[in-house]
Design a protein around this ligand. Structure first.
Ligand code: NAP
Ligand code: HSE
Length: 470
């Protein structure tokens, strides 16, 4: 095969490129220091060991783990770990001049941030899966890495095993990304799927997710939506060039979704998913994370269990979907090890620091939640007496919110299916009134709900979920 200019295309450049790399480093292995050896770190060690030959061919030099930092030297670890490498002293990694590349899979902000900064300052490449840290300090860390001409890679931080960081940073670099609609937390998606499909309780489904290694060390980060918000902030950095702080991202989790909400959503033709939504509106961006009703037949509605998916809309490319396992040891390790390979290859080729070159990340305003326009699912648990339905409809109408559909149903009683919510007893005459609004500005909906909250017929706080067409 010939190129336009007539010179042959070389599909197997290894012999030449390999010898160049060997000249640059004299064929010396890339020495890796691992900060953390838990779920993800264990997976990384397994993949590095199982694919050592192939990875060395792709990098042009062997990849060798020199030190592994943990808290507890006695804990049981994956068999791929050579226990003589263990230490509790992170300085044996970040201050060792022989270590070229630091892999941070310990999580949290302290001491991870200081260790990454120190590694960068010492000229080492860094790979991390730490979305909490990147959401808080990503732009500063990237700038620090650029100034020192080293790479900071973080494919494992968002979407576990799915290649969403590369997709935004490289594959779509030539496009303008208009929106990101995503299922980003495997634990939430697992819990919602189990609750919907098997009637499992929230607590039982969370325990399963923890046993499977999906949940964070602190699972409130998952179920209260913060983990997905951290990931959305990281994606917004790449998709919209936006630097945002987590306080400006509306974040709510899945704790207050009841079995009844799954049933009503289904009856109206929807599934409840925990979504992260980002939109570039030009002057500002929209960033929010919350449970959302989406049509049952939509692509995202059929992303189940621990699977994650990111649906992108590019001006030029149109819709694009990235989909796969969003958490767990080996899927996440695939992303981390592919980053190790990229960074190692750059070091071995003498071109470190190219990954983030020219990336522009600036503060951008986030549209206040009160200004967004959406359709809404509202569930009121009310006293079942004359006039209540009229008062609800009236309050919404007075606020300028128009109702599309409405149903009233007596909540299921103990012994007839689901347990009554909020401690109601079988004798109380309570009813669920569930309605779907037309498009409305959220501020107006909130005004109506404030008025309704003052009514004595309301038995429980209202459940509000936004509806997206996806
Ligand atoms: P993990 O199982 O809790 O492992 C954390 C590891 O770091 C442990 O080996 C722990 O040591 C070590 N460590 C923590 N703090 C330390 C300190 N101060 N000094 C020394 N060692 C310390 O966590 P993980 O699930 O692997 O997650 C690691 C990172 O990957 C986090 O940033 C997480 O958000 C991210 N991530 C996780 C997943 C997933 O599915 N789990 C997916 C994507 C990204 P000991 O073992 O001695 O306690
Ligand atoms: N706890 C996270 C989740 C791990 O459940 O998605 C992957 O980032």
């Amino acid at each position: 095969m010939k190129t336009e200019g007539g010179s042959p295309l070389n599909f197997n450049p290894e012999p030449h490129a390999g010898s160049d790399r060997k000249r640059l480093r004299g064929g010396a292995p890339i020495q890796i220091g691992l900060l953390g050896c838990g779920t993800v770190g264990g997976g990384v060690l397994r993949l590095l060991a199982e694919n050592a030959g192939y990875l060395a061919e792709r990098a042009g030099v062997p990849l060798v783990v020199k030190r592994v930092v943990v808290r507890d030297l006695e804990k049981e670890r994956v068999s791929a770990l050579d226990r003589s490498l263990l230490t509790t002293r992170p300085e044996e990694v970040v201050d060792d001049p022989a270590i070229d590349l630091v892999v941070e899979v310990m999580g949290g902000e302290t001491p991870a941030r200081a260790l990454i900064e120190r590694a960068i300052d010492q000229g080492k490449g860094v790979v991390t899966a730490n979305k909490l840290l990147l959401a808080a300090h990503g732009p500063a860390l990237l700038a620090r890495a650029a100034a020192r001409q080293v790479d900071l890679a973080f494919e494992g931080a968002v979407g576990g095993g799915i290649p969403i960081i590369r997709t935004l940073r490289d594959a779509l670099a030539s496009d303008w990304v208009a929106s990101v609609t995503a299922i980003l937390n495997g634990t939430c998606n697992y819990i919602l799927t189990r609750m919907r499909d098997t009637g499992a309780s929230f607590d039982a489904a969370l325990r399963e997710a923890q046993q499977l290694g999906y949940a964070e060390a602190d699972p409130t980060l998952d179920v209260d939506g913060h983990d997905a918000a951290h990931k959305l902030i990281v994606l917004a950095m790449l998709a919209f060039g936006a630097q945002v702080d987590s306080e400006s991202v509306h974040t709510s989790g899945i704790r207050n979704i009841e079995e009844a909400d799954h049933r009503y959503a289904d009856r109206f033709g929807y599934t409840i998913k925990h979504l992260a939504i980002g939109r570039d509106l030009g002057g500002s961006i929209e960033l929010r994370v919350h449970p959302t009703l989406i049509p049952k037949q939509s692509v995202l509605a059929n992303v189940s269990g621990v699977l994650n998916a990111v649906l992108l809309e590019g001006r030029a490319v149109g819709p694009a979907l990235v989909y796969g396992r969003g958490a767990g040891d080996l899927p996440t390790a695939v992303s981390v090890v592919s980053d190790i390979l990229d960074v190692a290859r750059s070091i071995a080729s003498g071109v470190a620091g190219m990954q983030g070159r020219g990336m522009s990340i600036k503060p951008r305003p986030v549209r206040p939640l009160g200004e967004i326009v959406s359709r809404y699912y509202l569930r009121f648990v009310v006293e079942d007496r004359p006039g209540v339905m009229g008062r609800l409809a009236g309050a919404l109408g007075d606020a300028g919110v128009s109702i599309e559909q409405i149903v009233q149903q007596e909540p299921a009683r103990e012994g007839q299916g689901a347990a009554p919510a909020g401690g109601r007893t079988a004798r109380e005459p309570a009813a669920d009134v569930v309605l779907i609004t037309h498009d409305a500005q959220e501020g107006l909906v909130r005004n109506a709900l404030d008025a309704i909250a003052r009514e004595h017929f309301l038995r429980e706080p209202v459940r509000l979920f936004r509806i997206e067409a996806t």
